[in-house]
Design a protein around this ligand. Sequence first.
Ligand SMILES: *Cc1c(COP(=O)(O)O)cnc(C)c1O
Length: 421
Amino acid sequence: MNWLDIDKKHVWHPYNSLPSKTKLLAVKRTDKTFIFLEDETKLIDGMSSWWSAIHGYNHPKLNEALKKQVDIMPHVMFGGLAHEGAAKLSKLLVDLTGLNSVFLCDSGSVSVEVALKTAILYQKAKGKEKYKFLALNNAYHGDTLGAMSVCDQKNSMHSIYGSYLPQHIFTQEPEFGFDSDCTSSIKHLEEKFKKHHEEIAGFILEPVVQGAGGMRIYNTSYLQKARELCSKYDILLIADEIATGFGHTGKMFACEHANIKPDILTLGKGLTGGYMTMAAMISSKEVSDTISNSKIGVLMHGPTFMANPLACSVAIASIELLIESSWEKRVQNIEKIFSDELENAKGIELVKDVRNIGAIGVIELKDDSYAQEIQDYCVKNGVWIRPFGKLIYSIVAYTIEEEDLRKIVRTMIKAIKAIKS
Ligand SMILES: *Cc1c(COP(=O)(O)O)cnc(C)c1O
């Protein structure tokens, strides 16, 4: 039996039915910014595997780091034991973020769970019973229970899973656009804080770009206000930079655009350069001290594969590679090329909005019924993208060649123009 037939019969894919409702492409291998299918079709990767493969695939330095580590120690439990990789990685993260206390866990969603639990414990340690979170409309923070409960309420997760999800408090998302005026959303935010601050443990948001909930870019004034209000009411500001982190918006972390520091930061996706599943929850010293010095005393969480040494080794290599490379200049270049090429999408009948920042380019359509058609067209023409709904978008590795990036955008635009409505 062909392995793809086995897959179709037995294997779940993300947000899908079994068998898959959509066509699955059989991948044989990857190289740099390309995906090769079983039949040797070569696709330019316009997704960087969901924001993760920031250096492209099969980078010699990252491959080397993993090969070296596997012979030394593939894994060891983290309960009661410590190892150099976790310490080295944590120090890198502390130096980059200006925060202090690092929890290394398995996936982005889990790091969000740990962030939420940390906020609850912090408040409890201060003698406050606060079990609600404030979150934004259009937010996406992951697929596990706690993370889902702070995702946008109108999306299918809340409607599908119903009362299984804890109820939290939501506020109007910041106005659209990096240069937008956030007066109205800030007014709403102030009202939510005033009304609910006694029950809110933390305010969670994706700084500057709301990712999977709509690829919405917004102004930094909103983040500055969020920081101010959180400090005023002793509510923890949780910045979810699982998507935006490690340079995707042109800054190492999107919070830097607003010159603010969160109390808790979550990182994932690009952390290991797309090699291994690993994420981090990083907090200020104030947060970890408050919990540790209280009657509670401990952060009650501890996954089996916490601080996995293989993942640590490749994360260290990825961060060192990023710092050594001229990533800022590369991302600036990518931003320029995206701006330049996306200009050609403006004015197309089906196009509602065109926007980009850093290594992210987005075309929003007026209609959500063409995603599959557009993807098929792009694949036929050598480009891998995975649109969702109205959003035809690309996030690229910082190592992509200019001509490949231009081809991605040009093919997306051709695909939209080819639609027969
Ligand atoms: C992808 C993502 C998550 C979830 O990360 P997983 O590794 O998929 O669990 C959480 N928050 C944001 C902002 C994300 O983009």
